[in-house]
Ligand binder design. Structure first.
Ligand code: 13P
Length: 303
């Protein structure tokens, strides 16, 4: 039997109330322990890099990640995804996003994300549609973002509780419905209280705030859209909210900080020590934080 496509895996996750974690790779030696931990726990996960990981960390390029992934990929457990390709980046600069999406398609990525969340609604729809046409012509699904998942910007964030209480930047359920219908995106990243881990030099080693999620708001988005939803900023969200979110449409959770910080803390002792630290952190994320051990039995029985 052929292996399930990434789109099939996401649909199954959505229906079964199971989540597919997606792991960011800011340093190439992280690929091996990430894949090994996914396999050893008999789970399903995505290996991915965002543009900022080759611009601001050490991934090199999306092609370099693909080459590293190729050495250890396991079709029964892993898929390669391109995370955040912003149209306007975290430094407010315009990005040639279509060039990057095309390169990812050419390199064999199995899904991609275009991030037009810093644009107006109409511009976000238009840019997502342009990227979706290219992804779909290549037979792969595309993720987009609506609402503001903050944290990657270099300036200070407003106090978290203030942000959460005001609902500022949260994805609007009616807009989400229109966006899903008009943009052609297959999965939608939503803002419901989640924030990204900081990446600026001054803040990237700091512990993340224990974010909460507005599950009622998520449910409204889930009911108006008919596509798998994605939760960015997966590190540090309080567990009860994570577990609840899976019952309300979240099919993919992005995790970066929880595996990057242990690598950075251990790298002075050598690459092997840093890889071991990533592996250990992966086991905690998969088994304890998300409880997705053995998810391959449900998501990828073909594997
Ligand atoms: P964290 O750094 O909070 O895990 O967020 C990762 C992410 O959302 C990458 O897209």
């Amino acid at each position: 039997m052929p292996y399930a496509s990434t789109q099939q895996l996401m649909r199954r996750a959505c229906t079964a109330g199971v989540v597919i974690p997606a792991f960011n790779i800011p340093y190439l030696p992280m690929v091996e322990p990430v894949v090994k931990a996914i396999k050893d726990t008999n789970s399903v996960g995505l290996v991915m890099a965002a543009r900022l990981e080759w611009e601001k960390f050490e991934t090199g390029s999306l092609e370099a990640l693909q080459a590293e992934y190729e050495k250890c990929k396991l079709p029964g457990h892993t898929r390669l995804h391109l995370d955040h390709v912003p149209v306007i980046d975290e430094d407010d600069l315009r990005v040639d996003f279509m060039e990057i999406i095309q390169r990812a398609v050419d390199a064999g990525y199995e899904s991609v994300m275009v991030d037009g969340s810093r644009l107006s609604f109409a511009e976000n729809v238009a840019c997502t549609k342009e990227a979706a046409d290219v992804a779909h012509a290549a037979g792969i699904p595309i993720e987009a973002e609506l609402g503001a998942v903050m944290g990657h910007e270099s300036g200070p964030l407003p106090p978290y509780e203030e942000l959460f209480a005001s609902g500022k930047g949260f994805t609007d359920p009616d807009e989400a419905k229109q966006f899903a219908g008009q943009s052609g995106c297959d999965w939608l990243s939503v803002a419901i209280g989640n924030i990204h881990g900081a990446i600026s030099a001054a803040a990237k080693g700091k512990k993340k705030v224990a974010a909460r999620l507005n599950i009622e708001h998520l449910d409204r988005i889930h009911k108006t859209t008919d596509i798998p939803l994605v939760l960015h900023g997966g590190t540090g969200i309080r567990k009860e909210y994570i577990m609840d979110s899976m019952k309300h449409g979240i099919a993919k959770i992005n995790v970066a900080t929880a595996i990057r910080q242990p690598y950075e803390a251990a790298i002075a002792s050598g690459i092997e020590a840093a890889q071991q630290a990533v592996y250990d952190a992966m086991l905690v994320v998969i088994k304890e934080d998300l409880e997705v051990q053995d998810s391959a039995k449900i998501l990828n029985p073909e594997g």
